[in-house]
Design a protein. Structure first.
Length: 100
């Protein structure tokens, strides 16, 4: 039993932190934006176009990227955190990676 538990623990540790963190960011930012847009549409009776929604989503994701970059470069300047930020964002960007 101990060996099975050990291999399960090892599998959990091998989870790719960057993509997992990216998924958490994308989900939380998207859900929050959906809530904000719904409030604007229902409460303020403001009609929204698909273009406006896409632009606001891109802005929210870019703000998250900027916050992560600033944190990695200036605030938490450890190799481990910088690697996590790089793994999270590099393959999702149009220019591939701005950290290298």
């Amino acid at each position: 039993m101990d060996q099975e538990e050990t291999t399960d623990d090892q599998k959990k540790k091998k989870t790719h932190q960057g993509p997992t963190w990216l998924l958490q960011i994308l989900l939380s930012e998207s859900v929050y934006l959906i809530w904000v847009l719904r409030c604007e549409r229902v409460v303020q009776e403001k009609p929204l176009t698909n273009g406006e929604i896409k632009a606001r989503w891109h802005r929210a994701i870019n703000e998250s990227l900027t916050i992560d970059k600033v944190t990695a470069m200036k605030v938490t300047r450890t190799d481990k955190f910088m690697k996590l930020v790089e793994e999270t964002w590099c393959n999702t960007l149009a220019r591939e990676c701005m950290f290298v």
